[in-house]
Every structure is written in C-alpha cells, then in structure tokens.
Write a protein that binds this ligand. Structure first.
Ligand code: FAD
Length: 325
C-alpha cells in the first residue's frame, strides 16, 4: 500500500483525507496549529470567543450541498440569517442578497473538528522542508525530529506562498503554479463595544472604506458573545500588512467611528492573516503530479472560499484514488 502524507488540516486537507480514507487509503496529516480547521477558525479567550477567519459559507455544488446537509444533521453547522446592510458612499442601505449562508455551530471550527474525527493528525507539527530521494518523500519538521516515515505521495493543502516555500526547486510545474497565485492579507479586529447601542443590523458589507465587513458574532446560531468581528479590506490589508498591531488597530478604529460606531472603552484584539484570500486567476481545481508523487489542493486553486477548498480536496482525492488503487 502506498504511503500518503497531507500537510495542512484546513478544510481542503481534511476533505481530501476523508475521501481517501473512505476508499480504504490511509493518510497521515501534519498540521502546525493546535487543532484542525485552518482559516475556518475561532479565537477563544477565557472571556469570549469569535469567528475571526471565515465568517460564513455558501453552497452551490450538489456535492457540497449534500455535505453541508450532513454537517447540519450532526449539529456542526446551521443556516445563519443575518439582517444585512451595505455601507457605500456615506450611506447605509439594506442588502438585496438572497444567498443562503451557513456557519459552523457552536463555532466556525466545529466543522473542522467533525471532519478530523477518525483521521490521523499530528498537531503542532510544522513541515519545514521536503526532500525527495529514491522515489520517496522525507519530511522535516520544525518542532521535533524529522518524520521517520518515507512517503510515496505528499499533498500540500496549504496557502500558495507557503506551498511555494516547501516546493522550492523540487518541481518546476508546481512552483510555477504556486508562484502565479496572488493571495492577499486581512487585518482582523475583534471588538467589544460597551457603549455601542444596539444596531439595526447583524452584519454589513462596507464598500470603498478600509473596513470591508463587520459582524455581530452573537447574531450567529449558538453564540452568546456580543463581540464584533471587523475585517480590513483585502487591498488595504495587503498594502498595510507590515503595520504593527497597534497602528492597524488605530486606523480601523478611526474607520469604525466614521461608520457611526461608539468605540469609547472598546476592548480590542487584533489578528493578522498573511494569506487570507485570493489565488489563481484561472482556477484549476487542484494539481496532481503522479510522476513526482506531489499534489496541491486548497481554496487558492479553486476560486477561494470554503466551498472551493472543500471541493479542491475532494477532487484531488478522487484523482489520487485512481492512481493509488
Ligand atoms: P487553510 O484553512 O489555510 O488550511 C491550511 C492549513 O495548513 C492551516 O491549518 C495551517 O495551519 C496549515 N499549515 C500551513 N503551513 C503548514 C506547514 N508548513 N506545516 C503544517 N501545517 C501547515 N470563505 C468563505 O467561504 N466565506 C467567508 O466569509 C470567508 N471569510 C474569510 C475571512 C478571513 C479573514 C479569512 C482569513 C478567510 C475567509 N474565507 C472565507 C476563506 C476561507 O476561510 C478559506 O477559503 C478556507 O478556509 C481555506 O481552506 P484551506 O484548507 O484551503 O486552507
């Protein structure tokens, strides 16, 4: 039986591993964080928790619709029907969007936790280097000694710039693709606003400002915190990715005040996502290179977003299954 390793336990890596496992192909997953889910994440402190990565997801592909139904049936996801507004050119209006939006329950990372059940995942294991010799992959890791098992196939289920670093000059085709992808940062602010009166909306798309999204976490099913999650726009965040947390916070707070929020006595926590969104201009779904035993999957290969990531992992698994069995 061929040995497979997946690097990254975000939604793409988990979807790939689940599909392979359902066909009797076992996989070892290596994840640098303490838990699964990647950018579908929740920041937790003793006092509060808030979704600070993906805010919600939509489902269009019939395979993903079926999967989301399974998540709902197991209590790990639910529909979210926010009162949505749009802010544009100095004015607020109701959003016309009729999309059905879903969230993980009780937290966004509940979905990753569900998918991770029965998978073999080694957490707090950052793969720092790949080496190929005698037709096998050898994985080096930052935290412990190297991974002892040699692998026939390695899947990189991580953002393009991180995949690019690992691939280096190991394969020209793969590095050309990772280097073409354009990913953008996102500055995220989580704020408790004790002096803010109740708003007429749960979440809002903000256009032409440095903030692009604002959302009251407590409006999502099974959440109790009254925290706001605020995202900097992709272009502003990318341009200001090297700001200190304090400077990024000052600028986002000024914008929040301009939007009419009372930020007096605000309690704020910041997070910088270096690779939040974006990817290939022409999505290719996934990449499989059987001759070198290398695969790539992730949102950035498949139009971005949660649905794209899940489908990318699934489709790579189906291609690998044909090669491994
Ligand atoms: P990731 O979730 O990034 O998973 C990659 C995993 O690999 C991570 O867990 C990481 O820790 C791990 N990793 C990386 N390098 C290594 C290494 N060397 N060794 C070991 N492990 C490694 N999508 C939507 O559909 N709707 C939204 O509203 C939405 N909003 C978003 C807002 C923000 C701020 C962000 C950041 C993302 C948002 N997204 C949204 C995008 C969505 O989160 C992603 O499309 C999706 O989660 C990507 O999944 P993935 O598995 O491809 O990658």
């Amino acid at each position: 039986m061929k040995k497979l390793a997946i690097i990254g336990a975000g939604i793409a890596g988990l979807s790939c591993a689940k599909e392979l496992q359902s066909h009797g192909i076992s996989v070892d997953i290596f994840e640098k964080s303490r838990g699964p889910s990647g950018r579908m994440s929740t920041r937790r402190t003793p006092d509060w928790s808030a979704d600070h990565g993906a805010q919600y997801f939509t489902a269009r592909d019939p395979r993903f619709i079926q999967e989301v139904q399974h998540w709902i049936n197991t209590g790990s996801a639910a529909a979210w029907k926010p009162k949505l507004k749009v802010y544009e050119a100095g004015a607020w209006r109701d959003s016309n969007s009729r999309e059905i939006r879903y969230v993980g329950t009780p937290k966004m990372n509940s979905i990753g936790k569900l998918l991770a059940e029965e998978l073999s995942i080694q957490y707090e294991t950052t793969i720092s280097q790949l080496q190929r010799s005698s037709g096998k992959w050898h994985l080096q890791c930052s935290e412990t000694s190297n991974i002892p098992t040699p692998y026939d196939f390695v899947v990189l289920a991580i953002p393009a710039p991180q995949a690019s670093t690992l691939i280096g000059d190991l394969d020209d085709r793969a590095s050309k693709i990772t280097d073409t992808a354009q990913m953008k940062a996102c500055w995220t602010m989580m704020a408790r606003l004790p002096n803010q009166l109740k708003t007429e909306f749960d979440a809002a798309f903000i256009n032409q400002e440095i903030i692009s999204w604002i959302c009251q976490n407590g409006s999502k099913p099974m959440r109790h915190s009254n925290l706001w999650t605020i995202h900097g726009s992709p272009s502003w965040s990318q341009e200001h990715v090297e700001l200190s947390k304090e400077d990024a916070q000052d600028r986002l707070v000024k914008c929040l005040i301009k939007l009419g929020f009372n930020c007096q006595d605000a309690e704020i926590s910041m997070h910088r996502w270096r690779y939040a969104s974006g990817g290939l201009e022409n999505p290719m779904g996934y990449l499989s290179l059987p001759n070198v035993g290398l695969g790539l999957c992730g949102d950035w290969l498949n139009g971005g977003r949660v649905e794209g990531a899940w489908l990318s992992g699934l489709e790579l698994a189906l291609a690998l299954k044909r090669q491994c069995t």
